[in-house]
Design a protein around this ligand. Structure first.
Ligand code: PLP
Length: 431
């Protein structure tokens, strides 16, 4: 497998380099040189395969000769070790539950797979040090995904007092190869410290540093697997299949486009956003206008400059009307999101989180407008218990909290206190 940068389609790097570096030097994003379709028999016989077998076939197709089959099988088995079940709300409306991993959000798939690939590719004697700045959610998935991964140390920087109690516990209670730094500042300060560390010569001589942020290609690859796993679970495969994806940085949707390129029969993708509706606006007008993000209830989608837009655009040769043919966009505000949580609860007895609720609304609007009967799958990206205050207020009932979340409450926090001064951070890293 070779990858190019969206800013320079003529220069290629290996998968190893793309995974360990994360970002090309020219500020573009790494893209697979080609994504070839699997044989149609694979999709015709899809019901015979387990989720892990689907993942392995797709991973093999994508990474080709970059990793041996035996190693890839181990990587897939370690990374894809929890299910992605489809729950039916009514005919033509299904929920793909992506929250059965350790941090209760779909980012677990990407984080676990990235951890496995990094560990596989790091053949140095020096351990790999992964630096992550988090405003909350990503850190939890990375911490859980990299926990006890051989040869990899993770250092997570988070802004003191600015993440939820549960999020903080997800970052600070694991121990082993995971260290949390509680920074006396904002998320931007955390990010600035990480950026400066990557540029520091002395640090880079002593340590092998890398990042595990959402733009690493290793995060996208496994996200394409569950689109096929969802398709497999549809009882009726005769109506055209549409996926509704609650989106922020558009990694999840981009992975869906990969799955389609690999042959998955998808009739339409629906880009569902909150008030940060840069992509729906683009699909409507042809003009891409990033802007500062605004805060909403579905806060993991509060993104004003979606990083994977460059990849989407690249897949459609920067041509708006081709992209518009495959992707329809809708956006909803917080009031509509709350009403949707209530509607899904009252009509179907299903508890949905604010992100999934946005996808529900978009699927509903699409199906109401469409002439064709379609089979819709909405991606439920987080467990509702992660947004317990909003959800309980709206439905007027207590919701069940999964054990692994409940257990976190009781665990002791352990974090290193850190100022926003780079020399302090550097001294700590060198120690
Ligand atoms: C990260 C996240 C999203 C947005 O996913 P993108 O790939 O950035 O579009 C949606 N829902 C939840 C719960 C998330 O954590």
């Amino acid at each position: 497998m070779k990858l190019y940068s969206t800013n320079n389609p003529k220069s290629f790097v290996s998968l190893k380099k793309a995974v360990l570096k994360g970002l090309p030097a020219d500020n573009g994003l790494f893209m697979p040189e080609k994504i070839e379709a699997l044989p149609s028999s694979f999709f015709e016989n899809i019901e015979q395969y387990s989720f892990q077998e689907i993942a392995f076939q797709m991973a093999t197709q994508l990474v080709t000769d970059s990793i041996s089959k035996t190693d890839l099988l181990n990587i897939v088995e370690e990374a894809i070790n929890f299910p992605a079940p489809v729950v039916s709300l009514k005919e033509g409306v299904h929920v793909l539950e992506l929250f059965h991993g350790p941090s209760l959000a779909f980012k677990d798939f990407g984080a676990r797979f990235t951890a496995q690939l990094m560990s596989h590719f790091n053949t140095d004697d020096k351990p790999l040090r992964v630096l992550v700045a988090t405003s909350g959610d990503t850190g939890g998935a990375v911490a859980a995904g990299f926990y006890k991964t051989p040869g990899v140390e993770v250092i997570i920087l988070y802004p003191s007092g600015k993440v939820s109690l549960l999020q903080e516990k997800q970052l600070t209670t694991l121990g082993h190869n995971i260290t949390a730094l509680e920074v006396d500042g904002t998320f931007d300060d955390c990010q600035a410290l990480v950026k400066q560390a990557f540029l520091d010569e002395e640090l880079n001589k002593k340590h092998r540093l890398t990042s595990a942020n959402s733009i690493n290609i290793a995060r996208l690859i496994p996200q394409s697997f569950y689109y096929v796993e969802a398709y497999k679970q549809l009882e009726d495969k005769s109506s055209p299949v549409v996926f509704s994806i609650p989106s922020g940085n558009f990694g999840n949707l981009t992975a869906g486009l990969f799955a389609k390129k690999m042959g998955l029969p998808v009739f339409q993708f629906i880009a569902a956003t909150n008030d940060n509706n840069i992509v729906p606006e683009y699909l409507e007008s042809g003009e891409y206008k990033p802007r500062p993000s605004v805060r909403t209830l579905s806060n993991a989608m509060d993104v004003g400059a979606p990083s994977n837009f460059a990849r989407m655009s690249d897949l459609y040769c920067s041509t708006w009307n081709i992209m518009k043919g495959d992707i329809t966009g809708y956006s909803y505000n917080d009031k509509q999101t709350k009403l949707a949580i209530k509607e899904v609860h009252d009509l179907y007895g299903y508890t949905i989180d604010p992100h999934g609720a946005v996808a529900y609304l978009a699927l509903k609007e699409y199906q109401e407008n469409g002439a064709k009967k379609t089979n819709g799958i909405l991606l439920e990206t987080a467990h509702p218990a992660k947004f317990i205050d909003t959800v309980e207020e709206v439905i007027g009932e207590k919701i069940a909290i999964p054990n692994r979340l409940e257990e976190l409450r009781l665990k002791e926090k352990e974090a290193v206190q850190m100022s926003t001064t780079f020399s302090d951070f550097k001294e700590w890293l060198l120690k």
